[in-house]
Design a protein around this ligand. Structure first.
Ligand SMILES: [Fe+2]
Ligand SMILES: [Fe+2]
Length: 356
């Protein structure tokens, strides 16, 4: 019966293919100039650095990711559209945590800078726990997936060291903002809390918050990284990260409905949290409340849907559809980049408590 076939749980092989497809579309494995990372000097931020790393070494979440119970039967019982989008959400979260773990551990292995090695080992410890926790949740749903195959199969993309700093800072902080926004929403609406994983989000995202704090210190240790042409690079990374999140979240309507979240409102709330946090390190902030920004973001979403639809076509039709959609994506990106930003005076102290 087709209805039953449509609602069957996906197989591990299908999910692995999903991961491969997604990693091809948005590469998650990076490499960089390790010698340049060796030259980073945390001297200018040494006081704050020692405070933060001591906190991380105290390992406040040591016991948090130990599971007291199995999560069996929960994913399987969800409505099929919610279940499939939730599994996709778990897979992409696990891939991000895992790729972070691999990259940080590679830096820890190759660097000769003791400060960087000390930090990277702590980051590796946390990301490995995070990825493992999601992996176990999938296993409880009858979907055992090891991501080791990705490290063998995937090409690593080269990123200049300063780009690594901007991108990892943003990914840690937006990860915090995404988890804490869901966490606060589900505290107010417990009826929408459909998986025990959400109960772990607060301490989980505090790990991500601390990771972002450490990268913020690395950026602030070198004043050049927030001046001159680098202001444009920061703007570019902010727009890229925000637009990617907005387009991706809108592709999961059932999951957000099940959590009781309006996707657009949720995303703008996440942008606001992330922008507020980034006052510690970025000399400019995106004006995400500006109607021009919001219109351009919607144009970006529609263009990315066209790009997605073009993939289904074949031959010349595919080429034409893809060229048109790519041009629309590029134009929407330029519109987002052209919205006037807000200036931000960097505070003398970098670290800020996680108060969201
Ligand atoms: Fe993480
Ligand atoms: Fe992290």
């Amino acid at each position: 019966m087709p209805a039953v076939a449509m609602s069957a749980m996906p197989t591990t092989e299908v999910l692995k293919q999903q991961i491969v497809d997604e990693t091809i579309l948005s590469p998650r494995f990076y490499t960089t100039d390790f010698a340049a990372l060796d030259r980073i000097d945390v001297g200018p931020v040494r006081d704050e650095w020692e405070v933060l790393l001591a906190q991380m070494e105290a390992d406040p979440n040591r016991l948090h990711f130990r599971r007291r119970d199995r999560f069996t039967g929960i994913v399987e019982a969800l409505e099929p559209d919610v279940r499939d989008e939730f599994i996709a959400f778990l897979l992409s979260s696990m891939t991000s945590e895992f790729s972070g773990c691999i990259f940080y551990s590679e830096i820890a292995r190759r660097t000769t800078n003791p400060d960087i090695r000390r930090l990277m080992r702590l980051l590796t410890r946390d990301e490995s726990r995070h990825a493992g926790f999601i992996r176990d949740s999938l296993k409880d749903a009858g979907l055992p997936i090891s991501l080791d195959f990705l490290t063998r199969a995937k090409k690593h993309h080269y990123f200049r060291p300063k780009f690594i700093l901007y991108a990892t800072y943003l990914s840690e902080k937006i990860g915090y903002a995404r988890y804490i926004a869901i966490c606060r929403h589900l505290e107010a609406h417990p009826e929408n809390n459909f998986h025990p994983l959400f109960d772990r989000f607060e301490e989980w995202c505090n790990d991500e918050y601390r990771h972002g704090e450490a990268i913020a210190l690395l950026i602030r240790a070198d004043p050049k990284l927030t001046r001159g042409v680098n202001r444009l690079w920061i703007r570019f990374f902010l727009v890229s990260v925000y637009a990617t999140m907005y387009c991706r979240d809108h592709m999961r309507p059932a999951l957000h409905r099940a959590m009781g979240l309006d996707i657009t409102n949720y995303d703008y709330q996440v942008f606001k949290i992330c922008s507020d946090i980034s006052r510690q390190v970025f000399p400019i902030l995106l004006d995400t409340d500006n109607p021009k920004f919001r219109d351009a973001m919607e144009a970006m979403r529609l263009a990315s849907l066209r790009l997605e639809a073009a993939r289904e076509k074949a031959g010349l039709r595919k080429l034409i559809a893809r060229a048109g959609a790519s041009a629309a994506v590029g134009w929407a990106f330029l519109r987002l980049l052209s919205v006037r930003t807000k200036a931000n005076a960097l505070p003398a102290r970098v670290l800020h408590p996680a108060t969201w």
